[in-house]
Design a protein around this ligand. Structure first.
Ligand code: RP5
Length: 168
C-alpha cells in the first residue's frame, strides 16, 4: 500500500470557475471525502483570475496533487487551460449553464486539441461524482486500502440495484 499523502496534504484539487458551480462540484468533494482522499476545493476562474489559474497549474505537481477535477459552465475553459498548464491529470466536469443547459460546457471541455487531454465527464452532479470515482480508481491502482474501499462501494451499489423493485 502507498500512503496517499503526508500529514493530510491534498492529493486531489477540485477547482471551479465560480462559487455558483459549488452545487454541482460538492458532489466530487463529498465522494472524495467518503473515500478518505484528502482534497482541496477552490474557485479559480479562467477568465476572471487568469494569473491565479496559471499559478495553480504551475505549482500543482510540486504540491503533490495527483489529479485535478475542474468544473466550469458556459465557455468552460478552466479544465482545458489547467491541462495545458500541468502534467497532473485533469478531469473535466461540465456544469449546467443558464441558457444552453450545459451542452455548451460539455462541448467546451471535451473538444480538446490532440496532445492536451481532459478526461471529460457527464454534465452535472453525476459527472462530478464520477470524476471523483475515476480519480479514486486511478489512485487505487497503487493503494490497496483504497482499492478495497472501491470494491466495497461497487458491491454496495450492485446490491442496492438488485434490491430495486417496480410497483407492479
Ligand atoms: C463560468 O461561468 C463558471 O464556471 C460558471 O459556471 C459560469 C457562471 O459564473 P457566475 O456568473 O455564476 O459567477 O466561468
Amino acid at each position: 500500500m502507498t500512503s496517499l499523502s503526508s500529514a493530510g496534504a491534498p492529493v486531489v484539487g477540485v477547482i471551479m470557475g465560480s462559487s455558483s458551480d459549488w452545487d454541482v462540484m460538492q458532489h466530487a468533494v463529498n465522494m472524495l471525502g467518503d473515500f478518505g482522499v484528502p482534497c482541496e476545493a477552490r474557485v479559480i476562474s479562467a477568465h476572471r483570475m487568469p494569473q491565479d489559474m496559471a499559478e495553480y497549474g504551475a505549482q500543482a505537481a510540486a504540491r503533490g496533487l495527483r489529479g485535478i477535477i475542474a468544473g466550469a459552465g458556459g465557455a468552460a475553459h478552466l479544465p482545458g487551460m489547467m491541462a495545458a498548464l500541468t502534467e497532473v491529470p485533469v478531469f473535466g466536469v461540465p456544469v449546467p449553464s443558464k441558457y444552453l443547459r450545459g451542452e455548451d460546457s460539455l462541448l467546451s471541455i471535451v473538444q480538446m486539441p490532440k496532445g492536451v487531454p481532459v478526461a471529460t465527464f457527464a454534465i452535472g452532479e453525476a459527472g462530478a461524482a464520477n470524476a471523483a470515482l475515476h480519480v479514486i480508481a486511478n489512485l487505487a491502482t497503487t493503494d490497496a486500502v483504497l482499492r478495497e474501499k472501491l470494491i466495497a462501494f461497487r458491491t454496495r451499489q450492485t446490491e442496492a440495484a438488485r434490491a430495486m423493485r417496480v410497483p407492479l
